[in-house]
Design a protein around this ligand. Structure first.
Ligand code: G3P
Ligand code: CA
Length: 386
């Protein structure tokens, strides 16, 4: 790089730092950022996070999925939280629920089908905010990916949509039974959208946590979001549990887009962006390709500087999402051509543990526990592929 290029890169970096600091500043000028002091110990064990429970084996975000994840050894189970019409938080990946419940087959709710724009995307379906909790609890969960996970359709129609309270109660019950603390990893979904319809997610979230006596510095809880404003508000409100800024390989946080600000996940994922995030959060959840991208031929490439950049500012790194099926694996780790067949998922995960990540979100918590243990036991090696 020439001297002029180096100079302009330095100027651009400094400019980005100033601009991001202004945009992603403390949510309340009366309350300074905590410096992300939420009682996180970076030396803690490597974490296996049951993504939507054990969603590789059960319909996602059901108590059965969470319970299986815990029994498989997951350290944390994940609830994505959205609101009902009566402001109760329930666990669903999106507020549009036609892909994960039987709502489309319920004649009594046919007139609730509608079209909305959520974070700039037009969607037609059924939305949690149009149902009371009592109505929502009459629905039953179905498998989101029936073509890839045909076995999971066995459970279609069996399980209800859980509330966040029920999720937290299950966590407590399983922690007692299994004699180890099962953590709760909770994501607020579409917080700007829910603010806009008068169903803010953060207040009931904090209320539920406090009711469960979990808003403490060493509570086994992480709060996560793809948006920035709500995390900064939670930090400014004095929430004691660790906060995780979710990132993506493309796009921009919906709150910044809604505010007309030009900053993207790519900006937030630079060393400068991560330093700004570390003012209010304790960790980051990148898409796995931000840690190890795929090469042009679809095979696993070389690690980026992402983990080192995040660790340099004391941010934990919990990438998403690790899944056993060929469909989700780098090309060279596929076994056969069936997208639903399991490939060499262990090798993918071992590459990420070796790249220094602090935890992984996985649909297959048993596989995550296995690779974490293989990684920690340096004497064990996988046999080379045939
Ligand atoms: O929250 C981490 C990971 O779950 C983010 O992706 O879309 O599955 O919520 P998503
Ligand atoms: Ca999530």
């Amino acid at each position: 790089m020439s001297r002029t290029s180096r100079l302009s890169a330095a100027v651009l970096t400094a400019l980005l730092a100033v601009l991001l600091s202004l945009v992603v500043a403390p949510a309340s000028s009366a309350t300074p950022p905590s410096g992300a002091d939420h009682g996180v110990d970076p030396a803690e064990d490597l974490l296996v996070i049951g993504h939507r429970g054990a969603s590789g084996y059960r319909p996602e975000h059901t108590l059965a999925s969470y319970e299986l994840a815990a029994r498989m050894g997951a350290d944390y189970i994940e609830c994505d939280a959205v609101s009902t019409a009566d402001a109760v938080l329930v666990c669903r990946h999106e507020n549009e629920i036609s892909g994960t419940t039987d709502v489309a087959d319920r004649p009594e709710f046919a007139d609730r089908q509608t079209t909305k724009t959520i974070d700039g995307v037009e969607l037609t379906g059924w939305f949690t905010e149009d149902f009371t909790l009592a109505e929502l609890q009459t629905l039953r969960a179905v498998e989101r990916l029936p073509e890839l996970r045909e076995e999971n359709t066995l459970y279609d129609g069996l399980f209800a949509v859980p509330t966040l309270d029920e999720f937290l109660q299950l966590r407590a019950d399983l922690s007692r039974e299994l004699r180890r603390e099962i953590g709760a990893y909770i994501e607020t979904k579409h917080p700007t959208y829910f603010d806009g319809i008068g169903l803010s997610l953060e207040e009931p979230l904090v209320a539920d946590l406090r009711e469960a006596d979990l808003d403490r510095r060493r509570s086994p809880v992480f709060l996560q979001s793809f948006e920035t404003t709500n995390l900064r508000e939670l930090d400014a409100a004095g929430v004691k549990v660790p906060l995780v800024q979710l990132l993506s390989a493309s796009g921009a946080p919906a709150d910044l887009v809604a505010a007309g600000l030009p900053y993207t996940y790519a900006d937030l994922s630079t060393a400068v962006g991560l330093a700004v995030i570390s003012r209010y959060a304790d960790g980051v959840g990148p898409e796995k390709s931000q840690v190890i991208p795929l090469a042009e031929d679809g095979t696993l490439g070389e690690p980026t500087s992402f983990v080192a950049d995040a660790h340099a500012v004391d941010l934990l790194v919990h990438p998403y999402t690790f899944r056993n099926e060929n469909e989700f694996l780098p090309a060279e780790l596929d076994e056969g051509t069936d997208p639903a067949a399991y490939g060499r998922a262990l090798e993918e995960q071992l590459a990420f543990w070796a790249a220094g990540v602090d935890g992984i979100f996985t649909d297959n918590p048993d596989t995550g526990v296995l690779t974490r243990d293989l990684f920690l036991d340096a004497d064990v090696e996988l046999a080379p592929a045939a």
